[in-house]
Design a protein around this ligand. Structure first.
Ligand code: SF4
Length: 382
């Protein structure tokens, strides 16, 4: 990736791309593996620290390349151990990354875009519009900086980040190539060595890209569903008008069929009072998902100013959950985490540069999220 400095940022290069880079320098491709280990395993961003690289090569690297993580604007730690980073990306916008420790696991919720073009009705990120796709370095950089902050080495037994969910700001399938490269680095042995079962991409339903995803990777898939029928989903997730539930679920079923034994889809369903939380809608959801192997995450809505939606009562939430349970579904209800640092579901605040006014004014974005998939992290936008 070419940054402002004009140098290549090695943080965002997959092994084949890094090997190609070394070849352009007239160096052997195996250097790529050495450098990847320094960058991702040890969090090194200074070529002089790479002790198994010759001084001559280090000087050459300094001339042509750099290792630059995202600029950290703030880092907060909750009393429950949740951590939140606000990072500034090259477009000038800020995005957020959240780490949620839970039951021996550590889930990192990663952003893929600054802002979002999809305008889901309950999501203030969408209301702010789209600002920019994150580069590979900006996506993997969120893992890099979180990992660095723990001082742990990927592959060691006490590693802190066990799961990654592409569930922060933005629709990851609309930044396809960069997200795929970043996920490959997350899973690579010379990257972060995270199992493909523990890297989850969450989408609101970009059908052609779900099909394409199945041709290049087999990470876990989550669907931000939020409604049991097209009429309601058209209102909540406007993308549904383009890709209605029948084609969307067919694409998801097709994708998870390629996952072998772990073939199930995670359904994310934000519960909105008197909108999608009735017993009739629970029954409709059961019918809708009849052919889809899945587990269901229910995310009680966390209200934010002018959202127009409310959180259902605990009784309504329990009633909805019970009906799904009785139908045999594995259902979890999200427990908010990191509320004291505004990292809980619906509390994420990014800052998106307003593209319609080319000034340096930034708009605070309250980011509505729902339950991340693997370890019920708190904050993602769906
Ligand atoms: S819920 Fe997700 S896809 Fe929808 S507008 Fe928000 S960030 Fe975009």
């Amino acid at each position: 990736m070419t940054e402002i400095t004009g140098k290549i940022n090695l943080l965002g290069l997959t092994q084949p791309k890094l090997e190609a880079f070394f070849e352009t320098l007239g160096e052997k491709p195996f250097r790529a593996g050495q450098v990847m280990k320094w960058v991702h395993h040890f969090g090194v961003d200074n070529f002089d620290d790479m002790s198994n690289i010759s001084k001559v090569l280090r000087e050459k690297l300094k001339e042509h390349a750099e290792i630059r993580g995202p600029e950290v604007v703030s880092e907060d730690i909750s009393t429950d151990g949740t951590r939140k980073w606000v990072v500034r990306v090259a477009s000038g916008s800020c995005v957020e990354t959240v780490f949620i420790p839970q039951n021996g696991r550590g889930t990192l919720c990663v952003s893929s875009q600054a802002g979002c073009a999809l305008d889901c009705s309950f999501c203030s990120t969408g209301k702010q519009g789209f600002n920019s796709d994150l580069t590979v370095a900006e996506i993997i950089g969120q893992v890099w900086l979180a990992n660095k902050s723990f001082g742990t080495v990927p592959g060691s037994i006490d590693r802190s980040i066990t799961n990654v969910v592409m569930m922060g700001m933005g629709e990851p399938l609309l930044n396809f190539d960069n997200v795929v490269d970043a996920m490959n680095l997350m899973m690579h042995d010379l990257g972060y060595g995270i199992s493909k079962r523990k890297v989850t991409l969450s989408t609101s339903g970009v059908v052609p890209m779900i099909e394409k995803l199945g041709t290049v990777t087999d990470v876990a898939l989550a669907l931000s569903l939020h409604a049991p029928n097209d009429a309601l989903r058209d209102q909540l997730v406007p993308l549904n008008k383009k890709y209605p539930l029948s084609v969307l679920l067919a694409a998801c079923n097709n994708y998870i069929a390629g996952l072998g034994e772990r073939r199930y889809l995670t359904i994310e369903y934000t519960l909105l009072k008197d909108v999608n939380d009735s017993p009739e809608q629970a029954l409709e959801l059961i019918e809708l998902l009849r052919e889809t192997p899945c587990k269901i995450n229910l995310i009680p809505f966390n209200p934010f100013p002018h959202s127009g939606y409310e959180r259902p009562s605990n009784n309504a939430i329990r009633r909805f959950q019970d009906l799904l349970h009785q139908a045999g579904y594995n259902v979890t209800v999200r427990t908010p985490r990191g509320e004291d640092i505004d990292a809980a579901c619906g509390q994420l605040v990014g800052q998106v540069m307003d593209r319609t006014r080319r000034s340096e004014r930034y708009i605070a974005v309250r980011q509505l999220g729902d339950e991340p998939v693997v370890a019920a992290p708190p904050n993602s936008r769906r």
